[in-house]
Ligand binder design. Structure first.
Ligand code: SF4
Ligand code: FES
Length: 235
């Protein structure tokens, strides 16, 4: 066996993996699907959402598969009772605080893990007004799961524009421009990469949003033109 290869078992299967490979990568090579929310192949994994946790050797804490490296001779279980219970609770807490109506993959995860949408009926919800401050896209942070993908593609992972950041702390943490300035005053170049990686409906092209609102062609055109105040007034 090459020196840079290790062996382990994942869900009872013998697996060879390159040293440094994550459990998520090794499992995917075996056709084992581990659910992810904050992970995206185009962004640096940060282990934020914890929906990908797996059991490694029955250890004290579950490991996030998207960032945890495979350990030689370890025994990984990706959907034992402990893992599923943890995953289910995470999904139930997320559902209790964020609107997930436009996040079909997360809704599917809830069904797959028997998550109860009513588990935490009195949880404090993430309240936020729709932000419509530019001609290109709208932001609805009531649907934001704080995966950080948009912040990362806007920064070192792709665009190097740094228009987005995280503001506040704890429950009030929210994606925002620096100092919460309007998007057209920020360094944003409206490349759309943030929309492309968002796993929910939190970020949406203005045209798509306008069509959902039932706006006609003239109103859509007026809404999506920059600086045409007269057009916007007419809309
Ligand atoms: S706006 Fe979308 S991509 Fe950005 S942190 Fe929220 S859910 Fe993730
Ligand atoms: S996908 Fe691994 S922590 Fe979010």
């Amino acid at each position: 066996m090459p020196e840079d290869t290790i062996t382990l078992t994942i869900d009872g299967q013998d697996v060879s993996a390159n040293k440094g490979a994550t459990i998520l990568e090794a499992a995917a090579d075996q056709g084992i699907d581990i659910p992810v929310i904050c992970y995206h192949e185009a962004t640096t994994p940060n282990g934020l959402c914890r929906v990908c946790v797996v059991d490694v050797d029955g250890g004290r804490v579950l490991q996030p598969a998207c960032v945890a490296a495979c350990q030689a001779d370890s025994k990984v279980e990706t959907d034992n009772e402990r893992v599923v219970r943890s995953r289910r609770t995470i999904l139930e807490m997320l559902n209790a605080s964020v609107i997930l109506e436009e996040a079909p993959e997360i809704q599917q995860m809830m069904r797959d893990n028997d998550a109860d949408p009513q588990r935490f009926p009195h949880a404090q919800r993430r309240e936020s007004e729709l932000i419509d401050d530019n001609p290109f896209y709208v932001r609805d942070y009531a649907q934001c799961v704080l995966c950080w993908r948009c912040v990362q593609v806007c920064a070192e992972d792709a665009q190097f524009t740094f228009a987005l950041t995280l503001n506040e702390r704890g429950h009030d943490t929210a994606v925002s421009t620096a100092f919460d300035i309007g998007m057209t005053e920020s360094p944003c170049v409206f490349c759309g990469q943030c929309i492309g990686v968002c796993p929910t409906g939190a970020l949406k092209p203005k045209i798509e949003w306008g069509m959902e609102q039932g706006l006609d062609e003239d109103k859509l055109r007026a809404l999506t033109r920059r600086g045409r105040k007269r057009d916007r007034d007419r809309a």
